[in-house]
Each structure stands twice: as structure tokens, then as C-alpha cells.
Design a protein. Structure first.
Length: 286
């Protein structure tokens, strides 16, 4: 089911409701008060403060502390609407777009965007089954890439892995050498999986590492061979690069991993409403 703007406005009409939702997500199942030890404690909202107090001992809980909302003066309705925009966008949300939507300064919008992307960080899950792997380059000038030696000048390297009809993982890495790519692949793909790649020599040791490896030779215009191809991962790169270029225009190497995480998160949750998941993540400590 889709999560529409109508449903968003019904569920989060004001800051009080937003704060209550975050409190319930973090502390709704609290069994014991950590201060007085009362079983199934009852908490009430402290007037004019963004916190709750235990009815028995007065111990205060601050549900926004150490979350992405920590010490922010921006209304919670604006924060949650920004998260909603991220959850609905296919191509990402720029800081200038947040600035226009929320009526905040560019500095505030820029910080909010990076804080929201923290909710989309990749965890330690592993891929399996049929997995396509590939490396791509972002930024800089295309003439600075030397195809034969796989060296780059001012371009950034991104290494990706993607299951057929499954999840994806991608990392901003220092180089495209085997010493960098193979450890990332070993961390992200289960042994025994079928790994498909192009003919790049860095992937040659995969067979010895316990993977079933087959490749296609793009240099000889070989793109599909008996079900072996890298079209899935290349489609992911295409969508990500169009979005980065069209929405953000330029992303610095310092923050590139956050943007990569954002597009991996969208891909991995493409079949479910993302907004409720992001609100649940936003209530957790960062």
C-alpha cells in the first residue's frame, strides 16, 4: 500500500502528535522505570518541554535526545515532512528543495538532509544466490579515466553488489584494485553464491575464494551469455547517476557514501512503504 500525503497529514497534524509518535516508538513498550523500578510505568507529557515524566518518581525521558532531532529548533512537523519527501522521492531530495518546501535556511536544509540520510545506512546483511558485481566511477571528467589501466584522476570509485530480484549493497571505495574490491565482496556476499561480473581481472580469484564465478566480456560486445549478465547492477548505476546529476548536480567525496546509502536503501525497500520504517529508525539513537 502507498503512504500518501493525505495519510501523513492525518497522522501527524502538529508537533505534539509527532513527539508522541517518537516517544511511543522508543519507549512505548517500556516495562520498568529505570529510576524507581515501578513495573509498567506511566509517563505524562511535561508542559512546554519536549519530554515525559514518570508519574511515580518524576524521572524525565527526552525522546529526541541523541536522535537526528537532537537540539534542533526546527518544528517536528517540518522534520517529519522532510522524511516523508525522502521516502516518496525516486531521485532524491536536494537541500535547495528542502529549503523551498520547509521555509528554512539552506544551512538548516543541508544539515537536515544529511541527518535523514543517516537513517538509510547499510547494515551488515549478506547477499546470496545469484549476485551481480560491478564497479563504477562518479564525478570528475570522463577523459581522466584510462580504461586500459583502470586508473582514475579525480573520479570516485563505487563498488556494488546486487542480488537478482533481491537486495543491493554499494560502497564508496579508495580504488578499483582487487585488494580493495575483493574484501568488500567477501564481506557482502555469502560463500557458495553465484557471482556474475564483467571481464575485469580483479574478479579472477573469485573461484578460488569459494564462489561460483562467471563473467561476460564487454570488450568483445558480449553482454548476455546463457543467463549471465550484469544488466541489473548497471541499471542500478544508471538510476543512481541520473539522480545524482539531475537532483544534486555535484556530490563531494566526503558525503558520497551517504548518497550511495540512500539509493541502496530505496532499492532494497522498493516494494514496501518506506516512511513508517524511516520514522521508526528516526526514533532510535544515532
Amino acid at each position: 500500500m502507498r503512504y500518501t500525503i493525505k495519510k501523513f497529514k492525518e497522522e501527524y497534524p502538529n508537533d505534539d502528535v509527532c513527539l508522541e509518535a517518537i516517544f511511543q516508538s522508543s519507549y512505548g513498550d517500556l516495562k520498568v522505570c529505570s529510576k524507581c523500578g515501578v513495573i509498567n510505568p506511566k509517563f505524562y507529557r511535561v508542559k512546554k518541554r519536549k519530554c515525559y515524566a514518570c508519574k511515580d518518581c518524576g524521572y524525565q525521558i527526552h525522546p529526541l535526545a541523541n536522535t537526528i532531532f537532537h537540539k534542533s529548533e526546527t518544528p517536528l512537523t517540518s522534520w517529519l515532512f522532510a522524511i516523508y519527501l525522502f521516502s516518496q522521492s525516486k531521485n532524491g531530495v536536494s537541500a535547495k528543495e528542502l529549503e523551498r518546501h520547509l521555509g528554512v535556511t539552506y544551512k538548516t536544509a543541508h544539515r537536515m538532509g544529511h541527518q535523514i540520510r543517516l537513517l538509510m545506512a547499510q547494515n551488515n546483511y549478506k547477499l546470496g544466490g545469484e549476485v551481480e558485481v560491478d564497479e563504477t566511477y562518479y564525478g570528475g571528467d570522463s577523459k581522466n579515466r584510462l580504461h586500459e589501466k583502470r586508473t582514475i584522476s579525480d573520479k570516485q570509485v563505487i563498488f556494488g553488489m546486487i542480488e537478482r530480484d533481491g537486495k543491493a549493497k554499494a560502497h564508496h571505495v579508495m580504488s578499483s584494485g582487487a585488494r580493495v574490491l575483493l574484501p568488500k565482496l567477501f564481506e557482502g556476499v555469502q560463500r557458495g553464491s553465484k557471482v556474475y561480473s564483467d571481464d575485469y581481472r580483479a574478479y579472477k580469484p573469485l573461484q578460488r575464494m569459494g564462489y561460483s564465478h562467471t563473467s561476460v566480456n564487454h570488450s568483445k560486445l558480449e553482454f548476455v551469455k546463457s543467463g549471465v549478465h550484469t544488466n541489473t547492477i548497471e541499471g542500478f548505476w544508471s538510476q543512481m547517476k541520473r539522480s545524482l546529476d539531475g537532483t544534486h548536480h555535484c556530490v563531494s567525496p566526503k558525503y558520497l557514501q551517504q548518497y550511495v546509502n540512500e539509493f541502496v536503501y530505496r532499492y532494497n525497500h522498493r516494494d514496501v512503504p518506506v516512511f513508517p520504517l524511516m520514522i521508526e529508525a528516526a526514533a532510535k539513537r544515532v
